[in-house]
Design a protein around this ligand. Structure first.
Ligand SMILES: NCc1[nH]cc(CCC(=O)O)c1CC(=O)O
Length: 338
């Protein structure tokens, strides 16, 4: 039988009658698209209204002012302003590209959900529809990422790697204007802003491993907020296991190594159970020295698998890749039962 609901009983509160969830976002097209995607999932799966609230970050301001912001040192600024807005109560949810989120935890904040990740691979946008292998030696390839630069050098194609800053549109513009022969970007970013048609090559992870967490989003909220439990419906468990493992590799290596790092994990169907596979690489900045390893284990032990893999890489010389000195092991490719 139907009848009036009882608004005083928690179980019968209509979620649509609650105030809208305020989803904090940076202003870039990539950020607003990602946050809009999360807001839509909140409407669909929580049945609550959601609105985007723009938060200007120091990173956005310095980019507007033309300051160069490349590499991992810049990533925190994009994240911290959103977290400040979360802690001050200005917004209820913060959405980040997971690869931009530092590995150390933020006080008072939890990653309430990691939704299904996009294709995590790096891609090339080159002139004339070319692949990296088709570009003549000496071609100019733009990237602001030490990880991409080192792996491009390691390909041995004689490419000239130069820095590039700015948002995705700006970077592709460098190829369109003829300033660069190619740029390397995350496929996920291009997918989110609907520019996949410009991709001329998808880079095989055997050659170029993505950044830990690439293609995945972190949905954060205040620790202890009842929203944290509700947002769990946005979670994709295999994605969480994969990015936990990748970030554990990174966190372990960060302890003893300043070299660029790539890592990619996936959960695959094993004979009896699901298995987690992790591949990782640490490189000298010029790409001449690499420590490359893989590990496998249970998705339930993702952090353990990644941590042991990172420790194994340190034991194999990953800590010596940053500075000149005795050569580290090259291309040591081991599969370990973790
Ligand atoms: N560092 C910038 C950044 N942060 C997240 C993405 C793309 C989306 C993603 O990787 O999740 C990008 C652009 C890029 O690396 O090409």
């Amino acid at each position: 039988m139907t009848g009036p609901t009882h608004p005083t009983a928690d179980s019968t509160v209509d979620p649509a009658a609650l105030p809208p969830v305020r989803v904090g976002t940076r202003r870039s097209r990539l950020a607003t698209t990602q946050s809009g995607h999360v807001a839509e999932m909140i409407r669909q799966r929580l049945g609550r209204e959601a609105v985007l609230v723009e938060v200007t970050t120091d990173g956005d301001r310095s980019q507007a002012a033309g300051t160069s912001l490349v590499g991992s040192s810049s990533t925190g600024v994009f994240v911290s302003a959103l977290r400040d807005a979360l802690l001050s109560g200005e917004v209820d949810v913060a959405v980040h590209s997971l690869k931009d989120v530092p590995t150390y935890p933020a006080e008072g904040i939890v990653v309430a959900a990691v939704p299904l990740r996009e294709d995590p691979r790096d891609v090339v946008v080159a002139r004339d529809g070319l692949t990296l292998g088709e570009l003549p030696a000496g071609s100019v390839v733009g990237t602001g990422s030490p990880r991409r630069a080192a792996q491009l050098h390691a390909l041995g194609l004689g490419l000239e790697v130069v820095g590039v800053r700015g948002n995705v549109d700006t970077r592709i513009g460098k190829v369109r204007s003829g300033a660069y022969d190619a740029v390397v970007l995350a496929r996920a970013g291009l997918s989110r802003i609907d520019r996949l048609a410009e991709v001329t090559e998808v880079l095989d992870p055997l050659q170029v491993l993505p950044a830990p967490g690439q293609g995945a989003l972190a949905v954060e909220c205040r620790a202890g907020d009842e929203l944290a439990a509700q947002l769990a419906v946005l979670e994709d468990a295999p994605t969480r296991a994969a990015v936990d493992a990748e970030r554990a590799v990174l966190a372990t290596l960060e302890g003893g190594c300043s070299a660029p790092i790539g890592a990619l994990a996936e959960v695959v169907e094993g004979e009896d159970d699901e298995e987690l596979w992790v591949r990782a690489v640490a490189l000298s900045p010029d790409g001449t020295l690499t420590v490359r390893m893989s590990a496998t284990g249970s998705p339930a032990d993702a952090v353990g698998v990644g941590t042991r893999l990172g420790a194994e890489m340190l034991a194999d010389g990953a800590g010596q890749l940053g500075q000149p000195g005795p050569a580290a092991t090259t291309e040591a490719d081991k599969v370990r039962e973790a």
